[in-house]
Structures are given as structure tokens and as C-alpha cells.
Write a protein that binds this ligand. Structure first.
Ligand SMILES: NC(=O)c1ccc[n+]([C@@H]2O[C@H](COP(=O)([O-])OP(=O)(O)OC[C@H]3O[C@@H](n4cnc5c(N)ncnc54)[C@H](O)[C@@H]3O)[C@@H](O)[C@H]2O)c1
Length: 265
């Protein structure tokens, strides 16, 4: 298993816990060459793509422990399945899109900071593109499993997170489309997304989980719910599915309407 993350300290700590079958590589998910490097490392170290970018919530020990447990469980799955890509890196809102801008006469607004989209959408796009390629280089090529961490904000708009929501909707659009790809279906390559509500990790702003706990505790989602969805993706050839993970519930969210576009037209 290869773990990629910006956070070297947290990533190395998790890799060490997981032992010799796990390698950490520093990676900026929004940088194409860094993402290539993860796949190449997997290929060189393990001979095939047994690969995952994974959360290493580095900020708090409990989160790190939880993450290590999930990673161990994934490694067990990997031993059976051999080929998994988990595009999981994510950041919160990189700017306030509607904050009034002071623009001097004759000037135009500065370019917006869309880092959230770079990491949360471009990262998974690079990973999906590379995953298909590297899955095919395995010998024998038995297919592959691509799982992206979207969000409940990838299914529903979020008042405070328009960039985040746009990127996470993009991830859902990506897997719902790639999951229909005829070549990938024939090659046993699947694409799915998990869409969690609030999870207690380093991403949640300070105080937010407490606020949610007091006002709508049912949307706090334990890692076990997310792992249930992962297990479904790893154990079956289900594809193009966005699983909403809220509280104890992990279930597919169908598209709202059937769009009458003939497949492949
Ligand atoms: N925590 C939640 O409530 C929640 C809800 C829905 C979806 N998610 C999604 O879950 C995923 C994991 O986040 P988390 O909640 O574990 O948060 P987290 O902040 O604990 O973990 C995110 C990880 O991504 C890494 N990262 C950030 N930018 C990166 C980059 N450019 N390149 C590589 N790594 C980078 C961070 O170092 C960190 O280890 C994210 O995609 C997030 O959007 C989280």
C-alpha cells in the first residue's frame, strides 16, 4: 500500500504503524507529477498497483489511531483484491466567493483562489485517469477499484461551502459517468464515491462537531459507516454509485431523475 499526503509527519507515522507493506510518499494531490509518483512508487515497490491515497488526519492522536485502523482493514482487503485507488485528500473552502471586493477604478477583480477545486476535484481526476492506466499495466490485469471521498455536500448544496460543494458534486459526476464507461465495465474497473456527513476528523473546524452534536447529532458519521460503504465497493462490481454515509446509514443515492440520453450518443 502506498499512502500519499502533504503531511509528512502524520503520513510517515501511519505508514510505520502499518509495517513493511506500506510506504509513505509526500504528495500534493493537486500536482499531477506528485500523483504520478504515487502510482510509480506502487509499481516499483510492489510490482503492481496496490495503491491508496488515504486520510492521515495528522492533527489529533485519536483521529490518527482511527485512520490506522481503517488503513489496516483496507490493507487486508488489498491482499485479496490487489487493486484499489482511494482518492481521499481534501481541504475546506479556500476563499469566500461572495465577499465584497474593493476594486480601484479601472481595475478588475483579482483571480479567485480556487485551491479547494484543485485539491478536491483535480486531485481525484488525476487519480482516476492514472488509476485506469495503471490498473491495465497489472499482469494479469484483473480490473480495479477506484473510490473517491466526496461528501454530503456533493449531493446537496451547502450554504457555507460553494467551492467545496462544487468540487464534491464534480467527484460524484465523475464516478457516475466513468462508472458507465463500456471499456472499464468490460475490464472490471469500477468507480464509486462515498458521501459522508460530518465526521470527527481534522477537517471539521474547531467547535463545529460540538455544534453539530448539540443541534443535529444524527448527521455525525462514525468511520464504521464509511467502512461499510468501502467494503461494498471492494467486495462487488457495483459501479457509478454515490453512497451517502450519514450516522449509521450507508446507502446509494440514486440520481434524482432519469435523463433520457442514450448511453454513448
Ligand atoms: N470530516 C468530515 O466531516 C468530512 C465530511 C465529508 C467528506 N469529507 C472528506 O473526507 C476526506 C478526508 O478528509 P478528513 O475529514 O479525513 O480531513 P483531514 O483534514 O483530517 O484529512 C485530509 C487529509 O488530506 C491531506 N491533504 C490536504 N491537502 C492535500 C493535498 N493538496 N495533497 C495531499 N494531501 C492533502 C491532509 O494533510 C489530511 O491528511 C476529504 O476529501 C474531505 O473532503 C470529510
Amino acid at each position: 500500500m502506498v499512502i500519499g499526503d502533504l503531511n509528512v509527519k502524520g503520513g510517515e507515522a501511519v505508514a510505520e504503524k502499518l509495517g513493511k507493506d506500506c510506504v509513505f510518499v509526500k504528495c500534493d494531490a493537486s500536482n499531477y507529477d506528485d500523483v504520478v509518483n504515487i502510482f510509480e512508487t506502487a509499481k516499483q515497490k510492489f510490482g503492481r498497483v496496490d495503491f491508496g491515497t488515504f486520510p492521515f488526519p495528522p492533527h489529533k492522536r485519536p483521529t490518527l489511531r482511527k485512520t490506522a485502523r481503517i488503513a489496516v482493514s483496507l490493507v487486508k482487503k488489498l491482499n485479496r483484491l490487489l487493486i484499489v485507488v482511494a482518492a481521499n485528500a481534501g481541504i475546506a473552502e479556500s476563499m469566500d466567493l461572495t465577499k465584497p471586493i474593493n476594486v480601484a477604478a479601472g481595475q478588475t477583480p483579482p483571480k479567485p483562489n480556487l485551491k479547494t477545486v484543485d485539491v478536491n476535484l483535480y486531485g481525484p481526476l488525476y487519480a482516476a485517469y492514472l488509476a485506469v492506466h495503471y490498473f491495465r499495466t497489472n499482469s494479469p490485469a484483473t480490473g480495479g477499484r477506484y473510490v473517491v471521498t466526496s461528501s454530503a455536500a456533493g449531493l446537496y448544496g451547502h450554504i457555507d461551502l460553494p467551492l467545496y460543494s462544487a468540487a464534491k458534486f464534480g467527484c460524484v459526476g465523475l464516478i457516475r459517468s466513468l462508472g458507465l464507461d463500456r471499456r472499464c465495465i468490460a475490464e472490471n474497473i469500477t468507480f464509486n464515491a462515498i458521501c459522508p456527513g460530518w465526521v470527527e476528523t481534522g477537517l471539521a473546524p474547531p467547535g463545529m462537531i460540538e455544534f453539530v452534536r448539540q443541534n443535529c447529532a444524527e448527521i455525525i458519521t462514525p468511520m464504521s459507516t464509511i467502512m461499510r460503504a468501502y467494503n461494498i465497493f471492494l467486495d462487488s462490481n457495483v459501479s457509478a454509485q454515490a453512497y451517502e454515509c450519514t450516522g449509521e446509514l450507508a446507502e446509494p443515492r440514486p440520481e434524482p431523475d432519469v435523463f433520457p440520453l442514450p448511453v454513448g450518443c
